[in-house]
Design a protein around this ligand. Structure first.
Ligand SMILES: Nc1nc2c(ncn2[C@@H]2O[C@H](COP(=O)(O)OP(=O)(O)O)[C@@H](O)[C@H]2O)c(=O)[nH]1
Ligand SMILES: [Mg+2]
Length: 359
């Protein structure tokens, strides 16, 4: 199931957009008039918010399928990594001209780095790695890069799936927080049979919570809307039967110190939680740096990386783990709930990075 909100002038515009993006099978499940976003938005004419949903045709999600799928994926990744290792090994061992050919073809590693929008810290680290290993500039090639990345993935990258009873997702608007919550909720509820409850922190008090409510209704799990931080304890009490509580947050701009502070105050009401900062892979490196810095103030325990399907540039994986010492917990690679979510593993993340370089 994909659920999307459209902000339009009228139903005609909505129908065109929905048909175009979700196809003919989409159904409209909610519509209402809302104020426009942004500065003085409430003075502008109201817009229409239309929520549409479409069922994604696929096999029913049953435990066996997911397990089989995981095993298949793992086997696929393992064989991919082994294949890459084998190629590299052969290249290192062989003395024939093919090695030189590869070296010749790949002497613009630095261009590659800038195309990948890698942070300066990584480029400097690569340079010092080359120095330490007595590798000259003209000896730098993809084999060196492969070994460097392997080394850093093994020594620097942490991966960890959250296991606390309460997990809150924070991050800028549009990165995929609500969708990711729906994916985790469906998976834990349907597959792991856990008692899942949802809380949404609606700091803007404009009721921008429909999307989460729709998912909660589909799964038939409780959802609490908190629009005042003093209500947080009550919401948690109401969900005292749940063994997993997922907290969605809305409307925080990482550039707005006031909103960051407000979010922090809401989350301060929640004890023994884990907080995930959600970062879209489509974000620019400079934005990721600023985001990591600004959300530090709220505090977070791990990173969720989303929108892997919307980019061919995976430099943000490296940026994320170089610029912050928190583990990566999940990766999201599409809009489909609950399938397009994976627990982060070194192998999967490495596959994306190396896949981009090896092309
Ligand atoms: N392509 C793609 N779209 C995603 C992914 N995760 C979420 N989205 C879409 O991004 C848009 C914003 O997602 P939403 O969960 O509402 O973001 P939020 O504002 O952070 O809660 C929606 O249209 C989602 O379907 C992803 O991994 N890949
Ligand atoms: Mg949301």
């Amino acid at each position: 199931m994909i659920i999307k909100n459209y902000y339009v002038e009228d139903m005609y515009e909505a129908m065109i957009k929905i048909k175009d993006e979700l196809g003919n099978d989409a159904v409209i499940i909610n519509k209402r008039r809302v104020s426009q976003k942004g500065f003085l938005g409430f003075l502008k004419p109201k817009m229409m918010e239309v929520t549409a949903a479409v069922e994604v045709k696929q096999e029913p999600v049953i435990e066996k399928n997911i397990t089989n799928q995981k095993i298949e994926q793992e086997e696929y990744l393992r064989s991919e990594i082994n294949e890459i290792k084998e190629v590299v090994k052969q290249l290192i061992e062989s003395n024939d001209s093919s090695v030189n050919k590869i070296v010749d073809q790949n002497d613009d590693i630095y261009d590659l780095f800038s195309e990948m929008d890698l942070s300066k810290v990584i480029i400097e680290d690569f340079e010092s790695y080359c120095e330490q290993n007595n590798i000259n500039k003209n000896e730098i090639n993809k084999i060196v890069l492969y070994e460097f990345l392997m080394n850093r993935f093994n020594n620097k990258l942490n991966v960890r799936t959250p296991d606390s009873r309460i997990l809150a997702l924070i991050g800028p608007t549009g990165v995929g927080k609500t969708t990711t919550i729906a994916k985790i909720a469906s998976r834990e509820f349907l597959v792991n049979h856990r008692n899942v409850g949802l809380i949404t922190i609606d700091t803007y008090r404009i009721g921008a919570v429909e999307q989460l409510k729709i998912y909660a209704n589909i799964l038939d799990i409780p959802v609490e809307v908190v629009s005042d931080k003093d209500d947080m304890k009550t919401a948690l009490d109401n969900l005292s039967d749940c063994d997993l509580i997922l907290i969605d947050t809305t409307g925080s701009s990482y550039k707005n110190a006031e909103q960051i502070e407000e979010l922090k105050q809401y989350l301060a009401e929640v004890d023994e939680k884990e907080v995930s900062l959600v970062i879209s892979m489509t974000s620019k490196n400079t934005d990721v740096i600023q985001m990591l810095n600004n959300y530090k103030h709220v505090g977070f325990d791990n990173l969720i990386l989303t929108k892997f399907d919307e980019t061919l540039s995976y430099g943000s994986i490296l940026n994320a783990f170089y610029l912050c010492d928190k583990p990566i917990s999940y990766i999201s690679m599409g809009q489909v709930v609950p399938d397009d979510l994976e627990n982060a593993t070194r192998d999967v993340l490495f596959k994306y990075i190396w896949g981009e370089i090896k092309v």
